[in-house]
Design a protein around this ligand. Structure first.
Ligand SMILES: O=P(O)(O)OC[C@H]1O[C@H](O[C@H]2O[C@H](CO)[C@@H](O)[C@H](O)[C@H]2O)[C@H](O)[C@@H](O)[C@@H]1O
Length: 521
């Protein structure tokens, strides 16, 4: 299952293909190609090596859609056993070269544009506007040299901070789709890595390009007809209208808009006053500082002693992405509950009075993913594949920047090939988790209920720094108190937290104030 939702926390840019996604011009292109190829094929002398049947919709989707004009001519004719010289950009329209025939097609397309005008798809415009309101960068991508003209005539050129079209691709000598170069160039211009960008495409070549480029989400649009061709080409999900795409909740705020928990404690204290706090704490980046080598991370002495103090005052749990046994061995504070693998395994203090292990069915897929990714990422210097019982992390903190997309796309590909898994990005890490409706948020709620820590007399307090912590921050948003630990690695993303702290020290100070406020009941 892949949700058709764009999450502004994770997806900081969305790249839209133009013809067929934003504007109803794909059919004008298809008609112009047909007008070019049908008489051309009919006029060729019969040959057993060539197929002269008329141009079909399937031909358009498989051989032409999404590609540059010249590649479209060459690839389609090659599929019919015909090889033409590429020719030259100066070739007059109609000459028997790729440039010559491409010029003729362009004349037909421009005539159709003049005759019919450009219609926009209102669902696409609504999505673009909504994304921009959420601060997500938007780009328009097209193989067409007429992209600028189409966007201007449609009145939507101003909605895109970046445009990478056939003209830009020619200037920079970028190969056309299915090569990911045009998408990567757009992401680069928006300043967002492919691993945090979404591509919206209606063409097979475009979906394949985005998949190969390691983009976070490849969303196919099949306005008429089945989704299969786009799914087969690499789309994560296919919608028939962009109305089906939902955005993360407006309840979230930018990190820069969230008040500092210490500075604004006087205003925030009422949320916990008179209630018994239940402290639910993330480990890496929250209790323990981030390090280059995950194996070298240790709980600082001062933090352990603060936890020992807190556990005497209220229930405390650590909810980590690490393996359960790993996080337990690093926390070592009596009386603390621990959850590992992002909440997929959970146990009570000591011997574990209660236990929960979600995601058992995904173990064979995790084993297969571990085998494949260990082999595939072995040549990537700095890449680290870390298998947890119910998760697999591919770390790229120590990978050269130009190799990061290789790591991310390998994980995404393996994740999409194994139906039991889903992809979850984190801080310089991309993980595979069991594809079931379970995460830190569900685990936290389960723990509160099983331990009898529910009801108005309790207030769940969750603190975390990373993307997977947002599941828990969202879960307790209405009845609890969420704290996000700031990090320069996240930019100004959205969060469900009610307040922020600037590191572990102020976090421990805030938790102590929360415990003290709870003690005044
Ligand atoms: O939920 P958490 O307890 O925060 O665990 C999330 C991941 O944390 C670890 O990776 C992160 O910390 C590493 C050490 O500082 C750092 O090198 C890496 O870049 C971070 O993503 C841990 O290794 C993962 O298994 C956890 O999933």
């Amino acid at each position: 299952m892949v949700a058709t939702s764009i999450d502004p926390i994770r997806h900081r840019a969305v790249l839209f293909d133009v013809d067929g996604v934003l504007t109803d011009t794909a059919r004008l292109h298809a008609a112009a190609w047909r007008r070019l190829f049908d008489p051309y094929l009919a006029g060729r002398p019969p040959s057993p090596a060539e197929d002269h049947r008329p141009f079909t919709d399937d031909d358009y989707h498989h051989h032409v859609d999404g590609k540059s004009r010249i590649d479209g001519v060459l690839d389609f004719l090659r599929s019919r056993g015909i090889r033409l010289p590429r020719g030259d950009v100066e070739d007059e329209a109609g000459r028997e070269t790729a440039h010559g025939l491409g010029g003729l097609k362009d004349g037909y397309f421009l005539a159709a544009l003049d005759q019919h005008g450009v219609e926009v798809f209102p669902d696409a415009v609504a999505l673009v506007e909504s994304l921009r309101r959420h601060g997500v960068g938007t780009a328009a991508i097209s193989a067409s040299r007429n992209c600028g003209r189409v966007l201007e005539r449609a009145g939507i050129a101003h909605l895109f901070g970046v445009r990478v079209d056939g003209v830009v691709a020619d200037q920079l000598h970028l190969p056309g789709k299915p090569d990911p170069a045009v998408f990567r160039e757009a992401a680069r211009r928006l300043g967002v890595p492919p691993s945090h960008s979404v591509v919206v495409e209606d063409a097979e070549a475009g979906a394949a390009a985005a998949r190969a480029g390691g983009f976070a989400l490849v969303l196919g649009v099949a306005r008429a007809g089945p989704p299969d061709r786009l799914l087969a080409s690499g789309a994560d999900a296919v919608v028939s209208s962009l109305d089906e795409v939902v955005l993360a909740s407006p309840g979230q705020r930018r990190l820069s808009e969230v008040p500092d928990g210490i500075e604004r404690w006087a205003d925030l204290a009422d949320r916990v006053r008179g209630r018994r706090p239940v402290l639910l704490l993330d480990f890496d980046g929250t209790l323990a500082p981030i390090r280059k080598d995950p194996a070298k991370v240790a709980l600082p002495v001062r933090t352990r002693s603060a936890l020992q103090d807190l556990v005497r005052r209220c229930p405390v749990a650590v909810i980590s992405g690490r393996d359960l046994s790993d996080v337990r061995s690093r926390v070592r504070v009596d009386g603390v509950w621990c959850a590992g693998s992002h909440g997929f395994e959970l146990a009570g203090p000591g011997d574990g009075s209660i236990a929960q292990e979600a995601g058992e069915a995904a173990l064979p897929d995790l084993d297969a993913a571990e085998q494949r990714l260990t082999a595939e990422l072995e040549p990537v210097a700095g890449a680290l594949v870390d298998r947890k019982r119910f998760a697999l992390a591919a770390h790229y903190r120590n990978v050269r920047p130009e190799e990061v997309d290789r790591v991310v796309s390998a994980v995404r590909r393996v994740g999409s090939e194994l139906p039991g898994l889903r992809v979850a990005p984190g801080r310089k890490v991309v993980e595979l988790l069991p594809d079931i409706d379970w995460h830190k948020g569900r685990a936290v709620r389960w723990l509160l209920e099983r331990a009898g820590l529910t009801g108005a007399e309790h207030v769940p307090v969750f603190a975390g720094d990373d993307h997977t912590d947002e599941d828990a921050l969202r879960e307790i948003h209405d009845d609890g108190f969420g704290i996000v630990v700031l990090s320069a690695e996240h930019g100004d993303r959205l969060t469900w937290a009610r307040c922020s702290v600037d590191g572990t020290r102020p976090l421990l100070d805030l938790l102590s104030r929360i415990a003290a406020t709870g003690e005044q009941r």
